[in-house]
Design a protein around this ligand. Structure first.
Ligand SMILES: *[C@@H]1O[C@H](CO)[C@@H](O)[C@H](O)[C@H]1NC(C)=O
Ligand SMILES: *[C@@H]1O[C@H](CO)[C@@H](O)[C@H](O)[C@H]1NC(C)=O
Ligand SMILES: *[C@@H]1O[C@H](CO)[C@@H](O)[C@H](O)[C@H]1NC(C)=O
Length: 593
């Protein structure tokens, strides 16, 4: 590495001002390390030393506790600040790093030949973005960057099995990427799957005609027990007579990844069959970080999301975000290869906007244990920032019940334990599980649920969860963390969704059908509040577990087996299969609207 003399001069003057000359940058302490390569990944070979990484550093947010306090104040219906959401500038002030952190990290970067002028400062200065070579990064973090191959998808990434920081930096740095988080969006599972065994229906025009004024669950037609359309959901969740009014300000955003494209023509075909009053309504495509919009390649997940968010919330404006970030690895030393860490790219993009949609849904997730704790913590804090600004954020709970596959821990002990999902396990998002059938709805066996091993149980759910744990007794004891954040929070239908893909109607299942459905109901509630001059709902969980609780249809049967066990069982009250239950829009409107 050739260091520019300007950088050296700057460093010398910094050193003269502060006794940094005595600073040691080589007393490494491990920041994060894996004991084995994450499942599905294989070592391929050394990474080229001159390969350029797009390095991101999160600096410890000096007033993070104040941000979390502010988030709970504006989200707690009993607090006098309820609904007084923070502006972008308010949040940036709370997450800005302390100047000592900035100075220390800058001098560490300078010491390693990084020009401070090349450092881009994002999100109130709490995130740094720096182009850096593998050689530099390896030296700075005593890391060994290698090429790893994801065998199922044949993708390559440059990652290290461990990284360290000089001990003086540990109190100042949250996470550095790309380091030990191996997920590409391709290895991340979209949670929907096709159901070829459920014959699709051609349209439901006869059905919707019968449902002009469905005020009671008894009127939901029997066909909704096997095939789901917006008509079924609007009847089931008691929203079919509501007409949105705040369509000039209210927005519903769908986060898309995996090169999944939402198709305009398919949406029109879908409306023609299943929501005729919406024919002609479109949605906005927003491309984030090189995300594409290939209208010749409709995605099942993307079409499912947009057809049901818009099918539920029409005429509320919907936005589909297509986030790039998984280009095939090319060992080209001259251009930074994207870090393949799309939550960060998407979140940094959204957080940089002055106004943000009031409702979001995302249908992707990873096993929590495959996401390094420092990474998960920083991403979860970004969701807290969005919540403080007044966004409700829905995530699907996952499609593996209490855990798929062998459920062995990756800490070297290979212990069998339930496997929670992230970001479902982040306490600042609203996690949506799945139901099926009608009169009554029951839990679907794949409905992801459980307890985080990373995040402590937030107080908003203590009462609901402890009631459940008391009833549970010693069942599944040792398989899960009783003190962890428990999920899902809520549920919605998750099987037999009629989705138009490439002009054909398919039946689709997954909690990724449930999350957009629930988000659609929340968008309608936000519409109702905004049209009355009230604030949007923002971070939902504190209000859902308190004043909103009676606005849910409690789901009391079904279970979510996994890891060779029967999993958890749905019962009266909150449970880790269907949460508080499915929404009743009419009741929620009266309670929290
Ligand atoms: C750097 O990491 C290696 C393992 O990759 C370890 O053996 C070595 O002790 C570390 N060096 C320092 C200075 O901590
Ligand atoms: C259980 O969860 C807590 C957070 O509530 C965490 O600190 C602890 O490490 C977890 N235990 C295990 C065994 O993962
Ligand atoms: C549906 O909502 C209405 C208010 O719009 C409410 O009075 C009614 O109880 C709800 N119906 C059911 C079946 O929950």
């Amino acid at each position: 590495m050739v260091r520019s003399s300007a950088v050296l001069l700057a460093l010398v003057s910094l050193v003269a001002a502060k006794p940094l000359a005595t600073r040691r940058w080589d007393d490494f302490e491990v920041k994060h390390a894996w004991t084995e390569a994450p499942k599905g990944w294989k070592y391929h070979g050394p990474a080229p030393a001159d390969h350029v990484l797009d390095m991101r550093i999160s600096l410890k947010q000096d007033r993070l506790e104040d941000l979390i306090t502010a988030l709970y104040e504006v989200s707690d219906p009993a607090h006098h600040k309820y609904g007084q959401h923070l502006s972008k500038a308010d949040v940036e002030a709370l997450v800005a790093p302390h100047s000592d952190s900035v100075d220390l990290v800058d001098s560490w970067l300078s010491e390693h030949g990084v020009s401070i002028a090349d450092v881009q400062r994002l999100n109130g200065g709490s995130w740094l973005s720096i182009p850096i070579t593998v050689e530099q990064a390896s030296r700075m973090m005593n890391a060994t960057y290698s090429l790893y191959q994801h065998e199922p998808s044949n993708e390559y990434v440059v990652r290290t099995m461990s990284y360290s920081l000089p001990s003086v930096l540990h109190p100042h740095v949250g996470v550095i990427t790309p380091t030990t988080y191996f997920s590409t969006m391709r290895s991340m599972r979209a949670t929907s799957h096709l159901q070829p065994q459920v014959p699709p229906i051609d349209n439901d025009i006869g059905l919707s005609a019968k449902l002009v004024d469905p005020v009671s669950l008894a009127t939901v037609p029997s066909s909704c027990a096997s095939t789901i359309t917006p008509t079924c959901l609007r009847a089931l969740y008691n929203s079919s007579t509501y007409v949105p009014k705040a369509t000039d300000v209210n927005k519903l955003g769908v986060a898309g990844y995996l090169s999944e494209f939402a198709n305009d023509a398919d949406l029109q075909t879908f409306f023609g069959k299943f929501r005729t009053d919406a024919v002609g309504a479109t949605f906005q495509h927003v491309q984030v970080n090189g995300g594409a919009n290939n209208q010749n390649d409709p995605g099942v997940e993307a079409n499912l999301d947009i057809q049901y968010t818009e099918g539920m919330s029409f005429p509320t404006p919907n936005i589909y975000y297509s986030t790039g970030g998984s280009p095939p690895f090319t060992p080209d030393g001259n251009t930074p290869t994207n870090t393949n860490e799309p939550y960060l790219d998407w979140l940094n993009f959204i957080i940089a906007q002055t106004t943000v949609p009031q409702t979001f849904t995302t249908s992707y997730g990873d096993d929590e244990q495959t996401v390094p704790l420092d990474y998960a913590t920083e991403v979860c804090n970004l969701f807290a920032q969005l919540g403080a600004r007044g966004s409700s954020i829905m995530f699907s709970s996952g499609d593996d019940g209490v855990g798929g596959g062998t459920c062995l821990t990756n800490d070297g002990t290979n212990t069998k334990r339930f496997q929670p999902n992230f970001p479902a396990s982040c306490p600042f998002v609203t996690t949506v599980g799945a139901t099926t059938r009608i009169n009554p709805e029951v839990a679907v066996s794949f409905s992801g649920g459980g307890f985080s091993n990373y995040f402590a149980q937030p107080s908003y759910q203590t009462s609901a969860v402890s009631t459940f744990l008391t009833k549970l007794g010693s069942t599944n004891s040792g398989q899960f963390n009783k003190t962890g954040r428990a999920y899902p929070d809520v549920a919605a239908q998750g099987e037999g969704f009629q989705v138009v893909v490439g002009g054909r109607t398919e039946s689709v299942a997954g909690t990724s059908a449930s999350s957009p459905t629930f988000a659609g109901v929340i968008a309608l509630l936000n519409d109702f509040r905004l049209s009355q001059g009230k604030s949007a709902l923002g971070f939902l969980n504190p209000i859902l577990y308190s004043s909103g609780i009676a606005g849910f249809n409690d789901i009391t049967s079904g279970s979510n087996p996994g890891c060779g066990t029967n999993g958890f069982t749905a019962g009266a009250g909150w449970d880790p299969v269907t949460g508080l239950g499915t929404p009743d829009f009419g009741k929620l409107q009266a309670l929290i609207g």
